[in-house]
Write a protein of this length. Sequence first.
Length: 305
Amino acid sequence: MSADKPIPTVEVAQPAAGGTTKDVPWYIPDEDLPEVDPTALDIFVKYSHIPQSMVQAHVLKNREEAWKIFPFPCIGQMRFLDFSLAKMPSYDKILARLCDPTSPARLLDVGCCFGQDLRKLVVDGVPSERLVGLELEPKFLDLGFELFADRESFKGQMIAGNLFDESPDSPVAALAGSIDIAHAASFFHLFNWDEQINAAVHLVNLMRNVPGALVLGRQLGSSTGEERPAPTISNSKSFFHSPESFRALWVVISERTKTNWEVNAWLETPATHSKRADKDRWISKGVQLLYFEIHQTHIAENTEK
Ligand SMILES: C[S@@+](CC[C@H](N)C(=O)[O-])C[C@H]1O[C@@H](n2cnc3c(N)ncnc32)[C@H](O)[C@@H]1O
């Protein structure tokens, strides 16, 4: 499927001068983080074969390395152990699609960072060959293999690449039209309104043009739907969506891609990951999380595949 207008490229945010300081509202110091929860512990012990007594130190060491690469809130808040995909309403159906040997269904985790949701899918029975991670920063993919200790066993495709890359020989171009389910967690909120449209158009171009194609995930949101300073140490702006503004965004994306999408989006108040909830400067900013599941409903007439 193709968009009808040329798509401008997007500059990806870089940390501004000040670098990777921990003095930001979204960094929770090690000593204020609780022990990893039972879901994560189970994965580290049974999948990664890390002795239980070493799990907490292993996780903190990898978080420290990740923070040096780029100080994202998902790292500072330890939300990379939330396994957010598994909490989505469609998760059981996603598992059934990806485990069905008669279907070619593939899932892409865009901006996968450590790739934790891909590992959870494998633990829940999905053949890793069905899974693709796309990540701008190759060091995050490497750290994912360190964190989950599965460099040899994970057989999914882990692509170091830029979603916005339009060169025909890029590894991203090779994915065009091949993805059934795209997971975008803490990804769209890196961008402003126009950039989010641009990102989603590129993402839709990677999807198979079939009813039932599914884009889902979560990102920072707000009940009013507004542009705010980006949740990174950079000078960029992000659009924090309400369900209404997110639906309006996808009307534009549907028009641009000549595809039809039904948007289910809702806000939740994020739980704090800090033992000292009263000191969590991040939550007190009134930040919300927007969750979304977006299904392609039908194929419009005169569209290319
Ligand atoms: C905030 S993190 C979220 C990571 C993960 N999805 C999660 O939920 O924990 C966003 C990730 O998107 C990656 N990213 C940003 N721009 C990208 C692009 N243009 N193409 C691919 N990945 C990108 C970043 O490097 C980062 O690892």
